[in-house]
Ligand binder design. Structure first.
Ligand code: ZN
Length: 409
């Protein structure tokens, strides 16, 4: 055996097991395993989870909050500030920031990432090329999917459609879209689906990022997903508008989404910051209705979106922090709800992103995170240190410095 990780908790029974790893896969998981390994690690009764799955992030726009401040904190100023900054995004600059953000994410236990990489005829295409380079450079640390993302729209930004095809030819994994930021949502979706079908790739949309529901197009997306034979292949991020829909009207929308098997990435780090800015009182939470989507059978997951930029001026790429934030915001702290949160940053996004070789199971890729928690149920609310990360059987992260305090006996 290559690695024998002893005395760890892998599920809510909180019973101790050993994990044997060989040739990059989980060979055996069980109590008091016999045998020896090149490296034996005592897990000291701590919790092991499969790697965290970051299903929606923008590495290319990370870590720019200190350059030009968004003083009001509003979406309008975020857009104008970012537009000014974009002209300074040289190849070297994107590489330096995106790599730094990626390293922050990796050291916090994320092993799978879907990043939206944007381009337009004015801002250029080099950011996309940088992200594709990072995907290759860090392939032993993370499985990365790159979304070809037309942030400025497709139709209203002439030349972008050609860049979409160029991105797909260069190996983009997923076709992105942003129907709410184009001249016509239907025409936008037609182009996105046409490209996705040509390259046989999944779709991931920035969808209905509004406080109110009037302009939302999620039903159009769900119906088109069914009509085009794309059931289970479409994800949407934000979807904040859905939070403004009364329950009786919401039910058929969620039923249609469940039928189309739409995955929803809730983005509370961003949506709480930018949403509800025009509410004078009873300020809304402006996050997609996570519990209602979950209860309606939709695969709803939690993701980061941005790290320290005009849209989200905080964060360190820690998915457990995003999940912790979602607990009070989405009323997920009830005793029946809390156990549903960890899967929203592990198995849920792994399913949405179709990472089949995922999970602590014999025969699967030996990817895991050892948390400084001693009870499985506390894996999020502890926001624990990530003590050890394995990716396909190789140690990628190891925390060897701990604070020592001599508390009174
Ligand atoms: Zn986004």
């Amino acid at each position: 055996m290559d690695i024998l990780l002893r005395n760890v908790i892998v599920d809510d029974s909180n019973e101790l097991v050993d994990i044997a790893i060989e040739n990059g896969t989980f060979k055996q998981i069980g109590k008091n395993l016999e045998g020896t390994a090149a490296r034996e690690i005592d897990g000291k009764g701590k919790v092991v989870i499969p790697g965290l799955v970051e299903s929606h992030i923008h590495l290319d726009k990370a870590l720019i909050a200190d350059r030009l401040p968004n003083k009001s904190g509003t979406l309008q100023e975020a857009l104008s500030v970012t537009a000014k900054l974009k002209s300074t995004f040289t190849r070297e600059d994107v590489m330096e920031r995106a790599e730094r953000a990626l390293q922050m994410i990796i050291e916090r236990g994320t092993t799978h990432i879907r990043t939206h990489s944007e381009f337009d005829p004015i801002g250029g295409f080099h950011g996309f090329e940088v992200i594709m380079e990072l995907k290759e450079k860090y392939k032993d640390f993370v499985d990365m999917q790159v979304v070809a993302f037309p942030q400025e729209g497709i139709i209203k930004s002439p030349g972008t459609e050609d860049l979409m095809y160029r991105a797909m030819d260069l190996g983009a994994d997923v076709v992105g879209g942003i129907p709410y930021n184009d001249t016509d949502a239907k025409d936008h979706l037609d182009i996105v689906f046409e490209i996705a079908k040509k390259y046989d790739k999944d779709i991931d949309l920035h969808q209905d990022f509004f406080d109110d529901a009037e302009k939302q197009t999620i039903e159009m997306v769900a119906q088109k997903t069914i009509d085009e034979g794309y059931i289970g292949r479409v994800s949407v991020g934000h979807l904040t508008s859905l939070g403004a829909v009364p329950s009786d009207q919401l039910k058929p929308i969620i039923e249609l989404m469940a039928k189309a098997e739409i995955n929803v990435m809730a983005l509370p780090m961003t949506d709480l910051h930018l949403g509800g800015r025009h509410d004078d009182n009873k300020v809304r939470r402006a996050v997609t209705p996570i519990r209602k989507l979950r209860d309606g059978g939709v695969n709803v997951v939690i993701a980061t979106n941005n790290i320290r930029n005009p849209f989200t001026p905080y964060g360190n790429g820690d998915l457990l922090q995003a999940a912790m934030l979602a607990i009070p915001v989405a009323h997920l702290g009830g005793a029946d709800d809390l156990p549903t949160v960890l899967p929203m940053v592990t198995t849920g996004p792994a399913k949405a992103l179709k990472f089949d070789d995922y999970g602590i199971e014999e025969g699967k890729a030996a990817t895991l995170v050892l948390l400084d928690s001693t009870r499985y149920q506390d894996a999020i609310i502890d926001i624990p240190d990530r003590l050890l990360v394995l990716k396909r059987g190789k140690v990628t992260v190891e925390l060897d410095k701990k604070l020592h305090i001599n508390f009174p006996k």
